[in-house]
Design a protein around this ligand. Structure first.
Ligand SMILES: CC(C)(COP(=O)(O)OP(=O)(O)OC[C@H]1O[C@@H](n2cnc3c(N)ncnc32)[C@H](O)[C@@H]1OP(=O)(O)O)[C@@H](O)C(=O)NCCC(=O)NCCS
Length: 208
């Protein structure tokens, strides 16, 4: 699947798996596009809320509670402004709720593994997970990295992170482990790799 990320919008029609929306017979339309500086506030909020939701019990409470959406927004602004042509930063938007997810990738920082590209961030607002935004963002990163000349991709996740199932569901396999430091504590991190950057069952995402 190759998407044209030069176009402003990438559109995916994804069937909502949210029970509320399913009960109403509603299908969410989630779009993926390149992030702009005006998205930084939403991205900063999503980053902090997702960490506090997903990593509670895995990372130190004090560290999670000290995270600031305002500080993270400043870092998002800087990151978007400093993006090189080899990097990409995307947001996922919901037709009703606006920006609900963010993701970024570029040439790998893990040079001892045989993967050209690396996902640096991939976060979906806890209130809007399991609607297909994560899949759409990962698809968009694959496309952008492919256009940048990359053919394989890796992502590091915190050990014990339920996102493991997400990566495996989308065709990633565990390729390495290492010790990382977060909030001053040592934690196991697990790498998932895609040697060919294809989703496990991409037929479920319909390009429009
Ligand atoms: C991991 C994450 C990005 C997934 O995003 P999402 O929008 O909820 O995922 P999707 O709706 O696109 O799900 C795609 C598939 O993965 C499955 N999946 C997603 N999260 C899952 C979970 N926690 N457990 C089991 N399966 C999961 C979905 O069921 C779906 O499979 P299906 O099509 O067979 O139903 C999101 O949950 C998140 O931001 N998590 C917290 C932060 C994080 O860990 N990010 C990764 C950084 S390393």
């Amino acid at each position: 699947m190759v998407f044209d990320l030069c176009q402003t919008w990438l559109k995916y029609r994804v069937e909502a798996k949210c029970s509320l929306e399913l009960a109403r017979g509603v299908k969410a339309v989630i779009a993926v596009r390149r992030a702009t500086v005006s998205d930084a506030t939403d991205m900063g909020r999503i980053y902090v809320e997702t960490w506090q939701d997903a990593y509670a019990g895995l990372l130190r409470d004090g560290g999670l509670l000290s995270m600031s959406a305002k500080r993270r927004t400043s870092r998002m602004e800087a990151m978007i402004c400093d993006l090189s042509s080899k990097d990409v930063c995307l947001v996922a938007t919901h037709e009703t709720y606006g920006v609900i997810g963010m993701a970024s990738a570029g040439p790998t920082r893990t040079r001892d593994l045989p993967f050209g590209a690396e996902v640096f961030t991939l976060y979906v607002d806890p209130n809007h997970q399991r609607l297909g935004a994560g899949r759409a963002l990962l698809s968009g990163l694959f496309s952008a990295m492919h256009q940048a000349g990359q053919r394989s991709l890796v992502i590091w996740a915190l050990g014990g992170n339920p996102a493991r199932t997400f990566y495996e569901r989308l065709g990633g396999t565990e390729v390495a482990r290492r010790e990382g430091i977060t909030f001053g504590d040592s934690h196991e991190e697990v790498a998932f790799g895609w040697p060919t950057m294809s989703l496990g069952d991409e037929a479920r995402v319909e390009e429009t």
